[in-house]
Design a protein around this ligand. Structure first.
Ligand code: UDP
Ligand code: MG
Length: 148
């Protein structure tokens, strides 16, 4: 089954959106396979966002991610990478549709509350970086009520 890496950024934690965001993914039917509240340092944040290191906003992005604890999660389910990105909404909250997390809870691109892997390949890399011990093995007993 496909997995994705979802991170509630420091603004999402500070604003008390952790429960709400977890609830959205749970109610959709996805399974939580990893969860931790963690402070990361700049070397770690730079690694996570390595692909963006040449961007002018990179330094500010790293400062943002290390500004407080983040909630790192592994979510599992059919098409969870693409669907997770749809649930999160467009990168810039002013372009995110209402009903998406960024559309409903954010205003600025540099305070957009949540991260989600953009492909199965980056999900694999990000889960490896954030959860070196891997996912927690369990299967929801709701499985047959969610998948046919
Ligand atoms: N970001 C920013 N300014 C920009 C573009 C991106 O501050 O012009 C930040 C924003 O927090 C975004 C993160 O950098 O979520 C990673 O950028 P990416 O293009 O990967 O967007 P995402 O995959 O998070 O939608
Ligand atoms: Mg991205």
């Amino acid at each position: 089954m496909e997995q994705t890496f979802i991170m509630i950024k420091p603004d999402g934690v500070q604003r008390g959106l952790v429960g709400e965001i977890i609830s959205i993914f749970e109610k959709k039917g996805f399974s939580l396979k990893g969860l931790k509240l963690i402070n990361v340092d700049s070397a770690f944040a730079e690694k996570h966002y390595a692909d963006l290191s040449a961007k002018p906003f990179f330094h500010g992005l790293v400062e943002y991610i290390i500004s407080g604890p983040v909630v790192a999660m592994i979510w599992e389910g059919k098409n969870v990478v693409v669907t997770g990105r749809k649930i999160i909404g467009a990168t810039n909250p002013s372009e995110s549709a209402p009903g998406t997390i960024r559309g409903d809870y954010a205003i600025e691109i540099g305070r957009n509350v949540i991260h989600g892997s953009d492909s199965v390949e980056s999900a694999r890399k990000e889960i490896g970086l954030w959860f070196p011990d891997g996912a927690v093995p369990w299967k929801s007993s709701l499985h047959p009520w969610i998948y046919e």
